[in-house]
Design a protein around this ligand. Structure first.
Ligand code: SF4
Ligand code: SF4
Length: 167
């Protein structure tokens, strides 16, 4: 059996590739799209209800893995703070100069500020490098979860999954 989430605590490249929630590279290049990194068959489905364009399907059996319809997804970010597993990201590989935007849930305080340079981490917690924060969204409806966007080299778009403040 290939090494993955159950052994390491984080998703392997193979697990991501096989996930029904991960959009194609071609779709990511066209603009913002959800990347649903949910690969355990747990009873959960708020992501499905949060999507007003019905781009996420879990179905009647709520232990099904969420399936993304990459053509329906408009990258609106509504599903990101809703997921209790913090498993949904928005990736936009359409930026010029081989850059990408990665949007992620963030549940720590203080919040980062727009323009602040932060440390970027992989799923494993390993440091990828540094990146500027380009947006921070927080609303009452989101409870304790903010949604933070960073701009990174495109090569990091499927690796950059957390940030750490430098202050
Ligand atoms: S980003 Fe918006 S459109 Fe895309 S799956 Fe999430 S809620 Fe639906
Ligand atoms: S809300 Fe999150 S943890 Fe629950 S099924 Fe959707 S992606 Fe998975």
């Amino acid at each position: 059996m290939a090494v993955g989430l159950s052994q390491t605590g984080y998703l392997s490249e193979a697990e991501l590739r096989d996930s029904p929630g991960v959009p194609s590279e071609a779709r990511r290049r066209r603009g913002p799209v959800a990347v649903i990194e949910c690969t355990e068959h747990i009873p959960c489905n708020p992501c499905e209800a949060s999507c007003r364009v019905e781009a996420i399907a879990v179905g009647a059996d709520i232990t099904n893995l969420p399936r993304l319809d990459e053509e329906k997804c408009i990258g609106c970010q509504s599903c990101v703070p809703i997921c209790p597993g913090q498993a949904i990201f928005i990736v936009d590989e359409s930026l010029p100069d081989e850059r990408a935007a990665v949007t992620m849930p963030y549940e720590f305080l203080p919040l980062p500020e727009q323009g602040e340079v932060v440390t970027v981490l992989e799923r494993s917690g390993a440091v990828l490098g540094e990146a500027p924060v380009t947006a921070v969204r927080k609303t009452e409806r989101m409870d304790q979860t903010a949604v933070v966007t960073i701009e990174v080299p495109r090569a990091w778009s499927m690796q950059a999954r957390a940030i750490r403040l430098k202050r």
